[in-house]
Design a protein around this ligand. Structure first.
Ligand SMILES: [Zn+2]
Length: 175
C-alpha cells in the first residue's frame, strides 16, 4: 500500500534556524511542532525529514556530530509519541554534482522508492524555495512555505500555501 507522507525540512521548520546548527544545546524546537506532527499522524500520514547539511562538507561539523544530534532529536519526538519514519540528509556543498542536495529531488525520490510514498497525496513543508522546487520535481504538488525560518519572497514562490509556522498547518492539511 502506498503511504501518504508529510515531508518536513528540518532547520526553520522543526527547529529554529541557526546557521550550521550542530549542537544539542543550540537546538530549539519551533512552537507547535509536536502538536502538528501528532495531528498528521492522526490523519494517517507518515513523517519523513529531508535536510541539506552542507555544514558537513564545509567542515563545521562531521557526520557523527550530525548523527548524534539526529538521535537526540528523534528521542524528543518519541517522548511526544511521534514516530519519524525516516530522515534523509545531503552532506554535500553548493557546487557538488550530487543528486541529493535540494533543489534537486534526489532525497525525495529515494524516499518515494524506499517507502512507496504516494507523492500525489503527500505534502512538503519547507522554509526555502529550494524545498518547494525539489518537492515539485519529485511529483509533490502540495507544498507549504513557512515564515519561521529563512526570509522568503512569497511573490516569487511556487509554494501552494504560506503560513507563519507549522503550527498553523492544521488549517491547510485537513484530510
Ligand atoms: Zn548531496
Amino acid at each position: 500500500m502506498p503511504i501518504k507522507t508529510i515531508f518536513l525540512d528540518r532547520d526553520g521548520v522543526i527547529n529554529k534556524e541557526i546557521n550550521y546548527l550542530h549542537k544539542i544545546d543550540d537546538f530549539e524546537f519551533i512552537d507547535g511542532i509536536f502538536d502538528a506532527c501528532q495531528y498528521f499522524q492522526r490523519l494517517g500520514y507518515k513523517i519523513i525529514i529531508i535536510t541539506n547539511q552542507s555544514g558537513i562538507f564545509r567542515g563545521y561539523y562531521n557526520e557523527s556530530h550530525y548523527q548524534e544530534l539526529t538521535q537526540w532529536m528523534l528521542s524528543q519526538f518519541e517522548i511526544n509519541n511521534i514516530s519519524i519514519l525516516d530522515i534523509f540528509h545531503c552532506p554535500h556543498g553548493p557546487n557538488s554534482t550530487c543528486s541529493c542536495r535540494k533543489p534537486k529531488p534526489g532525497m525525495f525520490l529515494k524516499a518515494k522508492e524506499k517507502h512507496n510514498a504516494d507523492m500525489e497525496k503527500s505534502w512538503l513543508i519547507g522554509d526555502k524555495e529550494v524545498d518547494i522546487t525539489a518537492a515539485n520535481a519529485a511529483g509533490i504538488e502540495n507544498t507549504i512555505l513557512v515564515r519561521s525560518g529563512h526570509r522568503i519572497d512569497e511573490s516569487k514562490s511556487n509554494a501552494s500555501f504560506f503560513l507563519d509556522s507549522i503550527q498553523q498547518s492544521k488549517k491547510i492539511i485537513t484530510a
